[in-house]
Design a protein around this ligand. Structure first.
Ligand SMILES: [Zn+2]
Length: 73
């Protein structure tokens, strides 16, 4: 059997690359931890970042709405 000693990117433990079913991780646990981190990172990234133009048009809408409310008094 081939042998290649590598470090697990998750826990830094040395293991034989060819003996792990979960490579590049040493075990299922490390793979799941890494996958969990990847998932949580992707959730914290905003799906859509507003451009300067979009922010300005939103501010304009709010401003106009406030003006209308003031006028009605
Ligand atoms: Zn590991």
């Amino acid at each position: 059997m081939k042998k290649l000693e590598v470090k697990c990117p998750q826990c830094n433990k040395k293991f034989n690359y060819y003996s792990s079913e979960f490579r590049p991780f040493c075990c299922e646990r490390c793979r799941l931890i890494d996958f969990g981190q990847w998932m949580s990172e992707s959730y914290t990234v905003p799906a859509h970042k507003l451009s300067e133009e979009e922010i300005q048009s939103l501010e304009q809408l709010v401003h106009e709405k406030n003006k209308d409310e003031n006028d009605s008094y």
